[in-house]
Design a protein around this ligand. Sequence first.
Ligand code: ADP
Ligand code: MG
Length: 563
Amino acid sequence: MIVGIDLGTTNSLVAVWRDGAPQLVANALGSFITPSVVGLDDDGQVLVGQVARERLQTHPQLTTSLFKRYMGSAHEVRLGKRSFRPEELSALVLKSLKADVERAFGEPVTEAVISVPAYFSDAQRKATRVAGELAGLKVDKLINEPTAAALAYGVHHKEETTFLVFDLGGGTFDVSILERFEGVMEVRASSGDNFLGGEDLDDALVQRFIERQQGAGLPDTSQPLLRHRLRREAQRVRHALGQDDSATFCLRDQDREWTEVFTQEQLRQALEPLLERLRAPIERALRDARIRVADLDEVLLVGGTTRMPLVRKLVAGLFGRFPSMHLNPDEVIAQGAAIQAALKARDAALEEVVLTDVCPYSMGIEITHQHGERMESGHYLPIIERNCVVPVSRVEQVQTLQDNQKHVLVKIFQGESRMVKDNIFLGELSVPVPPRKAGEVSLDIRFTYDNNGLLEADVSIPLTGENHRLVIENNPGVLSREEIDAKLKALAGLKIHPRDQQVNSMIMARLERLYQECLGEAREYVARLASDFQRVLDGQDERQIRELRVAVNERLDQLERGF
Ligand code: ADP
Ligand code: MG
């Protein structure tokens, strides 16, 4: 049986073709959405999805997310005693989805069509195929995410059409313009913003809440646990405003509480600067594809964040028409991948033309931000941004930081994260500079990137006319046949957390997280619930466990809503 898989940065989904239509398959917790989070449980067994996500906070050394951003690189992540390649982490997500389908239909899943972003490079595509192979799946075909969305919307039934796919997910915004012509689907342009998604909207809402509560005696909101709670609350409010006209943002700490009502209009004001940023990538894509808004036959909405009425309204305004949105935006890519799988089974797969002449990731340098007296190093300044057409050459200027500084160390990174520690280190260049007052020596840093993946960094100092150069041959880190075989063996040795225990593990993980988040009476309450639940679990009476599970979940929902 062939399945279609949306292997997302935040969430992954799987669909099959049944009775003439794509059908999503639920995971062990009954949800179509499996968070792309992988971890190890306390016994060293692999956990994937919601349970792992609950443990991101309580077990940061044993849990990881966002690994799609590292696909096609050799960046490894450590979980407990072992390091994992991004292909392996993706493989564990794929394995989990595969098991869900096998469980639902009682048939082995042998093959998959997996979706990838349109801008993925050859190396990133190869890594995705390897992930499939490591999960025991034959991946004959990858499909571009916007093409998959188009299939779900039935665009392949049209002879000729040009349309735009607007994909706003958890952490990224992708715009693609596609054209269907003479039976082939072509991605004409792709653009986006890697720092713009639902989670960034949550941060902005938290910020607004804190501003509004100035003088109300809020506790120190930079504490990690409080941050986490604020983010979670922001997400709840943002989702609630999908159905309701207003929602109350509530922070409780110890015995105090701070609340703030948000209407749609207040949400819009809080998010305005971010929503404004949706405009430029759209304009860029239209420009690159040499298409006017009026030439678009359709605008398709993709990604969980486009469920927000605010975003839909904004899109309608930008394009002067309502976007197509009769499908669930977070489900369309998996559905489209399943349609492609079905077409493939009949040897009628949709043909695609892939973009190859765009830069698949951003490249930049480490810089230090100055806040008054305080210096904060480790920030990322992208010089070449992903999606720009190659060959490309761009320059940024930086200044010295200290008085009489003798050298500037230019550290070069690739990636899409705000902090360089989360990006991939490519190389560095130590440049001598004439000693002057801080900020008086400027350096022009020019990056040139060509079609062969060669990055040239050129640093010049206008003051002295000196020039320094570093050429980085970008080794994309594709695994060799032998390495794949070795990884296959290693993965086969890993034990997977039993599927039928996931519902209970989910509650325990949630209890643990809340125990960590709460203090005082609330904490004692959580501790009592946890020991009650553990006792019933040990009793192994299925009915009792089920009943208590429902009760505990209800109480925890209440607790998270603010008791
Ligand atoms: P990705 O493509 O990044 O893997 P998704 O398309 O699944 O992710 O989008 C995840 C994002 O969608 C999250 O930030 C989440 O808050 C947001 N989201 C999901 N449902 C809703 C909703 N009902 N209202 C607003 N945002 C939502
Ligand atoms: Mg997505």
